[in-house]
Every structure is written in structure tokens, then in C-alpha cells.
Write a protein that binds this ligand. Structure first.
Ligand code: AMP
Ligand code: ZN
Length: 457
């Protein structure tokens, strides 16, 4: 089956073809780095990782760009309230720059732990202020902006199809507008550039043709995606909450300035829900990957758990369902371990697995095919080779897994290496000391012709 994907813009599943040759450009809205990512955020990045891996499995050459929002994302999507970064500085006592680098690193560590492939290009909003100012200037020249006392705004009524992505009922929105319009002319107008408050010096602010201030949240994505992927690229993705505001406004800006709808496919991952409504990074009441590990789960258990649901349906989180995922993944690891060395790939099974994923990333069905393979009468070595091929997309590290009793900690390995070295140097006393340390850690060493063999004692 050829790859087909759901496009939120068209509201349908359609065949995917790259815009140019074999090359696929993807832009994913990255984290706002004022706090740790919660496991809901991480579900969205896992969906994007699956997408990237499936594209690669289809032979495409993928260029994956992800931004880091380190300025301009206000606490209210209606462009009022505080910059989340400035708020974070007060919570932590760090400067805005320290905060950004601290939480960016924490996010990148989370991605690694979840086996999410690193994007080919990271881009920070604060590193691209000039591109954003140029973009706003262009919108100004084309007549899409107006000035209020607190910033430069996008005049959404100048575009006749504003809000198409979200199928927004514009008149209904204006009539029912509960948010204070302030000096904005229309409920869907949004900030492109905000002025620094007169009575206060912000930690992050820049000069611009309109006065000192900082960019609005949406402009960074239009400006940076254009810089790295061009004015019209293959796939833009993010979480479902981005459909009505953030992505709607990215499209409006790019349409007004460049005349394109920004991306050929718009894809959205649906939310992870907890018992208490949705997870919210801003209320501080959320689960992180660290908490998941503290409770005795591996990050890859969470990866497996996310793959039990389709990305276009919401997923309810509970510790019980995470435990079921852990059990299932443990069984898969043990089965694969017991099969020994891989042989030939079972092409039909692999084809069925890929067909599920090519059908709009139906990973729950792909996992069902994996389990069918596990339970089948296919020879073990063929099962092993096929499962390892599937794991290129699943990213569950199946080939690395070993039963606990065979796992040798790095510390022990280093001691044994040191002992080998000491023996080579005929330093028998040091070699014996190192051996004693290894024994104290619960391991024994047997000297064989192939070198030292370590086992649990
Ligand atoms: P943020 O760091 O708040 O800008 O969000 C990062 C990403 O996580 C965005 O793509 C959001 O759409 C997504 N997101 C936020 N909350 C959730 C949730 N509960 N489940 C899944 N994705 C989410
Ligand atoms: Zn964005």
C-alpha cells in the first residue's frame, strides 16, 4: 500500500507525494521552554517521530525541522497576559536565557530517552529575530497590519479564507467574543510584534522599526519554516490545540506574505488526557518522564503505551494501562531474546506491518501484526529478523534488550577492562584488587582464551 496521510486542511486521508523528488520537508512546532515537557507534550513528539520513521521506511529523504519557542508565547492565546518565559524566571530565579537553555536540554534528554530521532535542524526563536522582523515588515508593506498602543497586529479580515484550517465560524466567534478585544479590531486578529512595557525592562527585547519589543508567538514558525524549508513544504505538524489559533495564524501570515498555505499536509496529534481534564504545563500540575521512571517504568514503556492508540484519537492515561504496556513490551523483549540470531525476513509479514503504517500511521494495527507474528509458527530466526525490521519504525530497542541476569553494569565492565590492562602490564596486585571489587559488586570473572568472561555470581 502506498503511503496515505490525513490532512487537517482538507479534512481527509489522501495519498502522500513529496513536492520535490524524494525529498520531504517537515516542520514540527517544538516546545515552549519555560518548564519540563509533560508526557502529553511527549505524546505529540512520539507521533511525529513515528511519522518521520514511516517516511524514511518509504525511502524518502527527510529534512525534519523543529523550533524552540524561547520568547513570545503569552499565557493567554488571545495575546494578553505574560510571556511564559518571563513567568518562568520568577518561578525559578533563573534568567530567561538560563531558563531556555536548561529546559531545552531537559527536553532533548527526554527525546533521547524515548528514542525520538533528533530533528535535522533545531531553530530557536531568539536566534531568528531578524527573519521575524523582516516577515512583519513585509506584511506591513502588503497592508495586512495595524498598530495599537501595545503592538503591531495582523488584520485577519483582510484574508477572505482566514480560519479555513479550523473551519472557524468567524461571525459566531466575534458575536460570542468573551475575551476583551482591547484595541484589536476583530476577535481573530493577533499580535505580530509586542512592545516592551514602558515602565519595565524585559530580559528579552529587541529594537525594531516599530519600537523596542519582542515577536508574537506565531510569526516565528512562519519565518523559520520559510528560512529552512521554503515558502511551501511537505508537512507541518503539532498538537490538536494548534489547529484553531497557532496554525491558523501561521497560515494567515504566510498566505498574506508568500501566497501559499505554508504546507501541503497539516497533521495533528491528539491529546493525552489524564483523569483530571487535559494536562497543563502552565498550571504546574503534570506528569513528566522523570515521574514515570520514578514509578518503575522505562521511557520505552511509555513509547509502547502511546503506540497502542492511533494518533488521531485522544488517549487516556492511567498507571494501570501503562503497566499493561510494560508487561506487553517485556513479553516482546523476552520472546525476541529467546529466538536467538536473526535469519531471513518474512517479507509478507513485514509488508502487512508496513501497510498498516502507510494507512495513516495505524500503529495499533501494526502492533497487532507484530503479535500475530510472535504467536505464529514461523521459524524463530525468521521471526527475529522480521521483528528487528519492524523495530526500525517502532524504535523499541528490541535488539539491545537482555534479561536482567545478563546485564553487566558499565562500572563492572570498566573494572574488568582495568584488570585486563593490569594483567597485560603484569601488575598482578592491581589486577587482584580490581577482581575483588568486581566480586563485591556481585559478579565473577572467568579468564578464557577469548578474554575475561563476566557473569553474575
Ligand atoms: P508547548 O510546549 O506547550 O508549546 O507544547 C508542545 C507540544 O505539545 C505542542 O505541539 C502541543 O500541541 C502539544 N501538547 C500540549 N498538551 C498536550 C497533551 N495533553 N497531549 C498531547 N499533546 C499536547
Ligand atoms: Zn508553530
Amino acid at each position: 500500500m502506498k503511503l496515505q496521510l490525513f490532512d487537517t486542511f482538507e479534512r481527509k486521508v489522501r495519498p502522500f507525494e513529496p513536492l520535490s523528488n524524494n525529498h520531504v520537508g517537515i516542520y514540527a512546532c517544538g516546545p515552549t521552554v519555560y518548564n519540563f515537557a509533560h508526557i502529553g507534550n511527549l505524546r505529540t513528539y512520539l507521533f511525529e517521530d513515528l511519522l518521520v520513521r514511516v517516511l524514511k521506511a518509504n525511502g524518502y529523504d527527510v529534512n525534519h525541522v523543529m523550533n524552540i519557542t524561547d520568547v513570545g508565547h503569552l499565557t493567554s492565546d488571545a495575546d494578553t497576559g505574560e510571556d511564559k518565559m518571563e513567568l518562568g524566571t520568577r518561578r525559578t530565579g533563573m534568567t530567561a536565557w538560563e531558563l531556555a537553555s536548561f529546559y531545552t536540554e531537559a527536553f532533548q534528554r527526554d527525546m533521547q530517552r524515548l528514542n525520538i530521532l533528533a530533528p535535522d535542524q533545531w531553530c530557536k526563536a531568539t536566534d531568528h529575530i531578524k527573519e521575524q522582523i523582516d516577515f512583519v515588515s513585509d506584511l506591513e508593506q502588503k497592508g495586512y497590519t495595524y498598530r495599537t498602543s501595545d503592538g503591531i497586529y495582523f488584520d485577519s479580515r483582510k484574508l477572505n479564507n482566514y480560519g479555513h484550517l479550523a473551519r472557524l465560524d468567524i461571525d459566531g466567534l466575534q458575536a460570542g467574543a468573551r475575551v476583551e478585544l482591547g484595541e484589536r479590531r476583530f476577535v481573530t486578529d493577533f499580535a505580530l510584534w509586542k512592545f516592551s512595557p514602558v515602565d519595565e525592562e524585559r530580559q528579552m527585547e529587541w529594537d525594531s522599526p516599530w519600537g523596542k519589543g519582542f515577536p508574537g508567538w506565531h510569526i516565528e514558525c512562519s519565518a523559520m519554516s520559510a528560512r529552512y524549508l521554503g515558502d511551501f513544504f511537505d508537512i507541518h505538524c503539532g498538537g490538536e490545540d494548534h489547529i484553531p489559533i497557532h496554525h491558523t495564524n501561521e497560515i494567515a501570515q504566510t498566505q498574506a506574505s508568500r501566497g501559499t498555505q505554508l504546507a501541503n499536509f497539516w497533521m495533528h496529534g491528539y491529546f493525552l488526557k489524564t483523569d483530571k481534564e487535559k494536562m497543563s504545563k502552565s498550571t504546574g500540575d503534570f506528569l513528566t518522564l522523570d515521574v514515570v521512571e520514578e514509578k518503575g517504568f522505562a521511557p520505552l514503556d511509555y513509547r509502547y503505551f502511546c503506540f497502542t492508540a492511533h494518533y488521531r484519537s485522544q488517549l487516556s492515561f492511567s498507571w494501570e494501562s501503562l503497566a499493561s504496556a510494560q508487561t506487553a513490551l517485556g513479553r516482546l523483549y523476552e520472546a525476541a531474546w529467546s529466538w536467538g540470531e536473526p535469519g531471513e525476513i518474512h517479507e509478507q509479514f513485514l509488508q502487512r506491518f508496513n501497510d498498516c503504517l502507510n494507512d495513516d500511521l495505524n500503529v495499533p494495527r501494526a502492533l497487532a501484526v507484530v503479535w500475530e507474528l510472535v504467536k505464529s509458527g514461523v521459524p524463530d530466526d525468521v521471526k527475529k529478523a522480521t521483528l528487528l525490521a519492524c523495530d526500525e519504525v517502532l524504535g523499541l530497542d528490541i535488539s539491545d534488550w537482555q534479561p536482567v541476569e545478563l546485564r553487566i553494569p558499565d562500572e563492572v565492565r570498566l573494572l574488568v577492562e582495568g584488570r585486563e590492562q593490569a594483567r597485560a602490564e603484569k601488575n598482578w596486585q592491581k589486577a587482584d584488587e580490581l577482581r575483588d571489587q568486581v566480586i563485591k559488586l556481585g559478579f565473577s570473572i572467568e579468564d578464557t582464551r577469548e578474554g575475561a568472561k563476566i557473569s553474575r555470581s
